[in-house]
Write a new protein. Structure first.
Length: 145
């Protein structure tokens, strides 16, 4: 659930309703469930070792994907940082910008996406990025590979 915080000078805040003429609202603005979810999320990501664990899992996944692609003679680049990663079917040495992404083999990605679905692995359907989260484990990584 989306959560945001607005921190500006007093004169800007005074321009917002209810004291000022500018109406500001959002679907979940101040919603108690959204606030509780945001608080729980912040508590979770503050846990010791969470970022290191996500990085290790993502590195293991990226290396496994590259190894499998190499064995199948499929050109692949996997970018990753922290828990985020991108899968790019390309002969290029690297994928570093939007133009590089758009030059990748979209048909091969579509086939990969649907084959993963058939195996019970849901990946984000867009080509740009994916992410592991706190609930993923080494076992999850093995299942994906």
């Amino acid at each position: 659930m989306p959560v945001a915080r607005l921190a500006v000078r007093r004169d800007v805040m005074d321009a917002l309703a209810p004291t000022g003429p500018v109406y500001q609202a959002g679907t979940l603005s101040g919603n108690p469930i959204a606030m509780a979810a945001g608080f729980a999320c912040l508590n979770e990501v503050a846990q010791p070792g969470i970022h290191e664990t996500l990085d290790e899992l993502t590195t293991r996944l990226a290396e496994g994907l590259l190894e499998a692609a190499e064995e199948a003679n499929i050109p692949l680049v996997v970018n990753h940082v922290g828990g985020m990663f991108g899968i790019f079917f390309t002969d290029a040495e690297s994928v570093t910008c939007y133009q590089d992404v758009m030059a990748c083999d979209v048909e091969r990605f579509k086939r990969f996406f649907h084959l993963m679905l058939e195996e019970g692995v849901y990946l984000r359907h867009r080509r740009l990025r994916r992410a592991l989260c706190r609930s993923h484990t080494a076992w999850t990584t093995l299942i994906i590979l």
